[in-house]
Ligand binder design. Sequence first.
Ligand SMILES: C[C@H](OP(=O)(O)OC[C@@H](O)[C@@H](O)[C@@H](O)Cn1c2nc(=O)[nH]c(=O)c-2cc2ccc(O)cc21)C(=O)N[C@@H](CCC(=O)N[C@@H](CCC(=O)O)C(=O)O)C(=O)O
Length: 319
Amino acid sequence: MKFGIEFVPNEPVTKLNYYVKLAEDNGFEFCWITDHYNNRNVYMTLGAIASATNKIKIGPGVTNPYVRSPAIAASAMATLDELSGGRATFGIGPGDKATFDALGIEWTKPVGTVKKAIAEMRELLAGKRLESGAQLAIKPSEEIPIYLGAQGPKMLETAGAIADGVLINASNPKDFEAAVPLIKKGAEEAGKTMADVDVAAYACMSVDKKSEKAKQAAIPVVAFIAAGSPPVVLQRHGIPAEKVETIRAALKEGNFGAAFGAVDDQLLEAFALYGTPEEVIEKIKALEAMGVTQIVAGSPIGPNKDTSIKLIGKHIIPA
Ligand SMILES: C[C@H](OP(=O)(O)OC[C@@H](O)[C@@H](O)[C@@H](O)Cn1c2nc(=O)[nH]c(=O)c-2cc2ccc(O)cc21)C(=O)N[C@@H](CCC(=O)N[C@@H](CCC(=O)O)C(=O)O)C(=O)O
């Protein structure tokens, strides 16, 4: 099993550098930096991380083809690859509607747009010229792996067909029971096998020596995940729509006490990997049995990031 870690660049980059170096020293193989326009710039953050680390693979987890063209993203990734000594990995997804509404960007044909962007990036990163005439003057040292952030069925099939890996915002085996056959279908139709696709559980993770402390730290993140989950996901986990409606309404009013108070064990089991290292190891085994090959420790990571990164490095990664 590979291990990655996700950071949202919503705190000073110098602090992120510290956490990523700590993750590298504790055996994490990948670092994924989220990309939302209102946070610190993903590529400037990655450039700083490249200079602060020397082993961990680093990249956006995930950007999208609407806010930057494939040529601009390819230039950024070739630069990151040079800066990091060949450790660049690229994560791209269709982005989300709220972002594009705020930026006045029309969000059309997400599957087709992502497909085209990945094809153009592969061409550009191989030093080739696009039909448009675009061509990079810088070529990366190694082929940069391209991961697709996906949840929907068509996007999952597309990931299997054209990507080296897929980053799925999910923490429960039921989600991978549904996703892996779609990824497999896409891979096989493209003449690939599942061995060619790194299936990553981009999980809400919370680890602590005390299970209750880990659980409390996961609750706020689970509230937002539950509120943003489509009906198909709620049905998959047998979660009544009205339970999530209560949380959605409370979050909308800014009543975080009521929203977090409505998060119960059913929601925690569905949307988080939480508990003591021993408890989380058991949950990871269940994900592995469903075909997951990378665990990405996503927010909150635990009640205390430092402690949790060290606990994961000491007890979970070697297990
Ligand atoms: C577009 C959407 O795809 P989706 O995979 O479900 O998208 C949900 C998320 O993956 C997407 O919002 C990601 O960008 C969210 N996301 C992040 N989004 C961000 O903006 N920033 C991040 O840092 C980020 C990180 C991240 C990490 C992991 C992950 O899994 C997702 C992450 C969807 O609806 N797909 C459906 C239908 C799409 C479809 O059929 N569209 C047609 C036509 C539709 C039309 O007419 O427009 C087409 O595209 O051609 C499907 O896959 O079946």
